[in-house]
Ligand binder design. Structure first.
Ligand code: URA
Length: 248
């Protein structure tokens, strides 16, 4: 295993989410931070993140990056800031809001469901890259029943109203054809809604159920979040290497 490089103590402490960088500097100078039981008073002192660091006697754990799943509720934007509307970051506690998290992919303001958030720019880029081919699964309800042949249109690759040709996708309509599961391996703007329109109906409700094989945790109520497990991160990384067609 490659050894972790040493970090400035104030940076390490800020990376635990317990304090901001300036609060960390202050706490260190006040003697509230110990490394392996010994108080360290210099915020610029370097420390191996594998060592036991305590703040006011409680061990804190440094993590380079955070990976979260959120059950995005309707009415919030999947961006990091907006002057007029609440964003998904507003649903996180302050110690997470300062961890440079960004949504790895978008859901429309009125859409719900699985949203991945991470501070790992490389991971985020790989998830949202058009080349990733990562499969996303949606549950939708529509205003009028899907016409016969909608499955075939999705399978062949729908042509959107502006001429954009979509990659082959999968539509699994319910018996009454008023709801469906949709599987896509790309993420064009309003894609599910526009594909539904191309097939002759209109989306009334949309919820994302999974991304790259990672399913929304049913224990998360709208607005709730949790960290991804190591297994979920591994699953995502594995699926990032498969092509969309193969996975569909
Ligand atoms: N497709 C849409 O049309 N909207 C979403 O929020 C996600 C996928």
């Amino acid at each position: 295993m490659i050894p972790m490089p040493e970090l400035r103590l104030d940076k390490l402490l800020a990376g635990t989410g317990a304090l901001s960088r300036s609060e960390a500097k202050k706490a260190i100078r006040e003697g509230r931070v110990c490394v392996e039981g010994t108080p360290v008073l210099d915020p610029s002192a370097h420390c191996d993140p594998a060592k036991t660091v305590t703040l006011d006697g409680t061990p804190v754990h440094w993590q380079e990056h955070l990976y979260l799943m959120m059950n995005k509720p309707g009415g919030v934007l999947s961006v990091t800031e907006d002057k007029h509307a609440p964003t998904v970051l507003d649903l996180l506690p302050p110690e997470l809001r300062r961890r440079n998290l960004s949504p790895a992919g978008r859901l429309d303001k009125d859409s719900e469901g699985l949203l991945l958030l991470t501070s790992d720019g490389d991971f985020c880029h790989r998830v949202i890259s058009p080349r990733s081919g990562i499969v996303k699964e949606y549950y939708i309800e529509v205003l009028h029943p899907f016409p016969a042949g909608a499955e075939e249109l999705f399978r062949r690759g729908a042509v959107l109203e502006d001429g954009t040709v979509c990659l082959p996708a999968r539509l699994e309509a319910s018996e009454d054809r008023l709801s469906a599961r949709v599987f896509l391996s790309e993420g064009k703007y309003h894609q599910v809604k526009r594909m539904a329109l191309a097939s002759g109906t209109r989306v009334a409700y949309l919820k994302r159920l999974s991304v790259g094989g990672v399913a929304l945790d049913p224990a998360l109520a709208p607005g709730q979040w949790r960290e991804l497990t190591a297994r979920e991160r591994l699953l995502l990384s594995d699926n990032l290497h498969k092509s969309g067609m193969e996975a569909l």
